[in-house]
Every structure is written in C-alpha cells, then in structure tokens.
Design a protein around this ligand. Structure first.
Ligand SMILES: [Fe+2]
Length: 349
C-alpha cells in the first residue's frame, strides 16, 4: 500500500533566488552527509525504516516521528484488520475471474491489474483507519507560511491500481525510481515551456529513473533495502520524492499483493485532478493519470456511487470530492481556508 503522493510543489521560487556558489556549497554539504547515511543504511538494513503499530500512532514516540520525517518512509502495522485485508484480495480475485476482459501486465502471466474501481479497493481506500493514518502522515510535511495554499490535514484520495505478484515472478520488476513527477517538478513553466536544459534520467510526464551511472553518490547498490517484513493489512507509506523499486525476482513462498493507496494534500491542482477522477469513477474508466481505454466500464460488480452513499463517512466522501471539505475549522490558516474554499468550488459546491 502506498501513500503520500503529492502533486504539489513549492520549491521553484526559492531555487530561483540562489546563486551558483550557494548551490555548489549546498551540493558539497549534501555529498558529505550522504556518505554518513550510506553507512547507516548499510549497518541497519531494513531496520532503518521506522515502523509502529496502528494503535500507537497518536502516542508515537519522538524517535519514530524523527525517523519518519528524515526517511520519508514508514510502516504502520495493522491499519486494516488482517482478516479484512485477506478478504479484499479474495474478493478482487473473484472480480477478475468474473471479468476476464480485465487488462493486466504482463498479459501472459498477469501480476499487475488495471483495476481502480473494485468494491474492495474502494473500501480499503475509504476505511476510517486508512484516512486517519493518512491524515497523520500528511501533517509531517506542512508549510509554516500562513498564506500557503495547501492543506495536508485534508488528504484527497488518489485512485491507483493493484498487484498480486506470484512467487517466482520476474516479469514485474521496477528499477529505482521516483514516482512523483519528473522534470516538470523543477522547471518553469513546466511542460508548456521549452525543457532546453536536461535533468538526468527524467522524461517529462514519467517517473524519474535513478541509476548508478547517473546518480553515483546515492550508491544504490548499498542504499536500496527491502521494507521490513509486513503482514496483510499493514500500510507501507513513502513520500512521493522517495526512491523505491520492486525486487527483480519475487523469492517469497506466497503471493506478494499490494493495493496502492496514495493520498495527496488539498491544493487547487489536486482538487482539479480529484474532480476529473470522480468523473472517471462514474463511468468506470481509468483515472486521468493512467492508461485510458474502457477500463471497468463493463465490469460486473464494480463500485458504484450508491455503494459509497451507503457505506462511507463524511471524511471519506470529502476525500473523493463527493462532499465539501470543511473549511470552517478555527484552527485553519488563512491559506488553508482559501484552498479548501477553492477546492469546494472546483468540486461544484
Ligand atoms: Fe513507483
């Protein structure tokens, strides 16, 4: 399961103000620090990724909070009860069986399924525990500027697909990469302009690849470690700027099944995406970020608005843009109120 995939960014104006010597000094400090971190990761292996039980999250020790902020990765255990998580997978397998037209990769031995709107996925995304933990995680990355038009305390749901990887599979493997955008995150005016300069490994509109040749200082052969051992219903969250990968070979004894369940902070751009995502839900086609096609338009048993109205609470409904976000909280900054009001207008409220 995946979280915290932000489509928002706020670094470009600051970068524009930095002089060349300042950037060079900063780069050298970074390289120096990286050497220490490579050693730490080598010594600790998977234990470098902090983990905590779902029930302890609101009394999380400072050590966990510090490591989460530093690593941008964490395991929260037991977010979904194990029996419920196992039932989700069985339900999805039945959904695929009932809908043999389901697109999957690789076609001859499917491991990743282009499913977004199964009832099990919707229940997992909108589970009260899930939304509560996403809200907790998002608050670790907030702006101190009172007029910043972003609200991490109001996560929006980003519908993603899923995988059921069988033992021995080597067809679905992903080299180290960063999901959350590419050269468009760092260049003004993004894709509309001329990308005259080049950012290594970056192709506009795609995840950014990282290799030993292009990023030797990351020492990927030493710093890419497996997540700690996890159980059904655990939530593995990584920040959208974290480098991650999928093992070349699945060496486990059982299937390695993952529902990707990202969240993003409330911003105008994200609200616009969620609005279009909602339209995709009604029709049953893949969300706008994913390959098109008819998707689940003709799938038997896909989730429908009536299911949501029966089964989800207000916070879940808000995260999908089905209800207005609450902008009346007295603790909100001016910027948060402003962006929530803008998001509600985008949602049509
Ligand atoms: Fe990824």
């Amino acid at each position: 399961m995946q979280a915290v995939k932000s489509r928002s960014h706020g670094l470009r104006p600051a970068l524009n103000l930095l002089s060349k010597p300042t950037v060079k000094r900063s780069w050298n400090r970074l390289l120096y620090k990286l050497r220490d971190e490579v050693q730490t990761i080598q010594q600790q292996g998977s234990d470098v990724i902090p983990s905590i039980s779902c029930k302890d999250i609101h009394t999380a020790p400072k050590s966990f909070q510090d490591e989460l902020r530093k690593r941008g990765v964490a395991v929260i255990r037991g977010v979904i009860p194990e029996s419920e998580a196992r039932a989700y997978k069985e339900e999805i397998e039945a959904y695929v069986h009932a809908n043999p037209q389901t697109r999957a990769f690789p076609p001859q031995d499917p491991q990743v399924f282009e499913l977004y709107w199964s009832q099990a996925q919707m229940r997992a995304r909108l589970h009260p525990n899930m939304l509560q933990k996403q809200r907790f995680l998002m608050r670790f990355w907030h702006s101190h500027a009172a007029d910043a038009k972003i609200s991490p305390a109001h996560p929006l749901t980003y519908a993603d697909h899923l995988r059921i990887r069988q033992p021995g599979d080597a067809g679905f493997a992903l080299a180290p990469h960063v999901d959350g955008g590419s050269v468009e995150r760092w260049k003004r005016p993004g894709l509309e302009g001329t990308p005259s300069s080049r950012l290594q490994g970056a192709t506009p509109g795609y995840a950014q690849a990282l290799t030993a040749v292009l990023h030797p200082h990351l020492q990927l052969d030493k710093t890419m470690v497996n997540v700690p051992r996890i159980a059904p219903g655990d939530y593995v969250a990584w920040h959208c700027d974290s480098v991650h990968a999928v093992d070349k070979l699945h060496q486990g004894q059982g299937d390695s099944s993952v529902m990707y369940i990202p969240a993003c902070p409330a911003t105008e751009e994200n609200a616009s995406y969620v609005r279009r995502q909602k339209d995709a839900f009604f029709v049953g086609v893949p969300p706008p970020d994913f390959p098109g096609g008819e998707g689940e338009t003709n799938h038997v048993g896909r989730s429908a608005e009536a299911d949501l109205q029966r089964s989800v609470d207000a916070q879940a409904s808000q995260s999908l843009g089905f209800q207005p976000l609450d902008s009346n909280d007295a603790h909100l900054t001016h910027g948060e109120q402003s962006v929530l009001n803008a998001a509600n207008r985008i949602f049509g409220f």
